[in-house]
Design a protein around this ligand. Structure first.
Ligand code: NAG
Ligand code: NAG
Ligand code: NAG
Ligand code: NAG
Ligand code: NAG
Ligand code: NAG
Ligand code: NAG
Length: 362
């Protein structure tokens, strides 16, 4: 290890002598920074079982498993997802302040326990943060708001609690957010409206409450929105206007909440492939404009309080594969137009008050 770093130092020094004293100074300080980074990596103990690497010609830490460096030799990636390294000590051993150039930090699926430390806010260059599929607990640190370069944030499938920190208005670069499958509480922050580059927003299976804010309507690039399995309540009738602006949506799941009122106006979301409003308290008829959603493959309106007859609009959804209208209060006969849905593999209209003949499917 020692011979390794001395070799590097020597090489750098030689090059520097050729280029002049000024370069020597900056090269040396760069070398010192590189050493600090190496020490920070060594200090984690994560590569402990891989120490044999240090003896080989690939001794430089930039060649360690999961590490990538910039041309200047600064660590820009730690990517240990499902790698054979030992993260036994979790975050405790990582000196965040020594890795100021980190852009990609991926510890997903590493059995990481404990909390997300406050010091994570020092990774001010980080663009990709992947901590999903771990055993992380506790609150999201307020220092997360420091990570203004973030493009991807995935902390799904942990046990994180508390609310989303306020002050996230500077997240202008965010493209992808997945906070799903945690125990987060509180409201969706209205600052969301500033994240207007967001393409993917997943908050499913948490304990978020309150209304779905109309600020969502500013996120016009969204193609994936999953707010299912929370405790969102109140009428959507104010928000429906804003949902109609999300014309790039391909996936929309508002299922398993406490939403009431009429089914929102979604007729303009012609890219929708997957729509679920399941297990809420929506009332009224199925709006005819749903027939506009000709790309739908899966539609789930089950477990609501919808009434009236099943309209013929489904005939236009020729790609429909999965249709669930069960546990509502539909009456009348099952529209024969359903027979035109040649791609259907799943149809559930049980627990309604339907009468008449069972349609013949082609
Ligand atoms: C690595 O080098 C050290 C001393 O330079 C030596 O004690 C150790 O056995 C070496 N390890 C391997 C795996 O070669
Ligand atoms: C972390 O590294 C910095 C140098 O980058 C050092 O000053 C500081 O003492 C280290 N912190 C700990 C807790 O080791
Ligand atoms: C936020 O980032 C700045 C550098 O951009 C750093 O000095 C500061 O310590 C960070 N704050 C937290 C809470 O991590
Ligand atoms: C919605 O939920 C919040 C928080 O649980 C509650 O304070 C509010 O009264 C609820 N509103 C409605 C209309 O149920
Ligand atoms: C649907 O789009 C048309 C044309 O862009 C617009 O006039 C109409 O208001 C939109 N409908 C809703 C419900 O937003
Ligand atoms: C149906 O889609 C067309 C464009 O494809 C749009 O002009 C119209 O407003 C939509 N209708 C409703 C009710 O949203
Ligand atoms: C369906 O139920 C409504 C009352 O909820 C009733 O007015 C209507 O006549 C019923 N329609 C059929 C076809 O049974």
């Amino acid at each position: 290890m020692a011979s390794c770093s001395w070799g590097l130092l020597l090489l750098v020094a030689c090059l520097a002598v050729v280029k002049g004293t000024l370069t020597l100074t900056s090269s040396l300080s760069r070398t010192r920074e590189t050493e600090t980074e190496k020490e920070a990596l060594l200090g984690t103990g994560w590569w402990r079982n891989r120490i044999s690497l240090l003896n080989s010609s690939k001794c430089h830490h930039c060649n360690w498993i999961g590490i990538d460096c910039s041309k200047a030799g600064r660590v820009i990636t730690i990517g240990l997802s499902s790698k054979e390294v030992d993260l036994w000590h979790g975050f405790e051993t990582l000196n965040f302040s020594s890795l100021p150039h980190l852009q990609r930090f991926d510890l997903s699926g590493c059995y990481l326990g404990g909390g997300i430390p406050h010091q994570i806010g020092m990774l001010s260059e980080v663009k990709y943060l992947y901590l999903q599929y771990n055993d992380l607990r506790g609150k999201l640190p307020i220092s997360l708001v420091n990570l203004t370069q973030l493009e991807v944030l995935d902390i799904s499938w942990n046990y994180l609690s508390g609310s989303i920190p306020t002050g996230i208005r500077s997240f202008k670069n965010l493209l992808y957010v997945d906070l799903g499958c945690n125990e987060l509480t509180g409201f969706i922050p209205l600052e969301l409206r500033n994240m207007n580059n967001l393409v993917h927003l997943d908050l499913r299976q948490n304990k978020f409450t309150g209304t779905i804010p109309s600020e969502l309507g500013f996120l016009t690039k969204l193609d994936y929105l999953d707010l299912s399995k929370n405790q969102f309540n109140a009428s959507l009738s104010f928000q429906l206007i804003y949902l109609a602006q999300l014309k790039n949506l391909v996936y929309l799941d508002l299922g398993h909440n406490k939403l009431t009122g009429f089914i929102p106006k979604l007729g303009n979301l012609s890219n929708l492939v997957d729509l679920s409003l399941r297990d809420n308290s929506f009332t009224g008829f199925i709006p005819l404009e749903l027939g506009n959603l000709s790309n739908l493959v899966s539609l789930d309106l089950g477990q609501n309080k919808l009434t009236g007859t099943i309209p013929s609009v489904f005939a236009f959804m020729t790609k429909l594969d999965h249709l669930d209208l069960s546990f509502n209060q539909f009456n009348g006969s099952l529209a024969f137009q359903l027979a035109d849905l040649t791609h259907l593999t799943h149809l559930d209209v049980s627990h309604n008050s339907l009468t008449g003949r069972i349609p013949v499917f082609k």
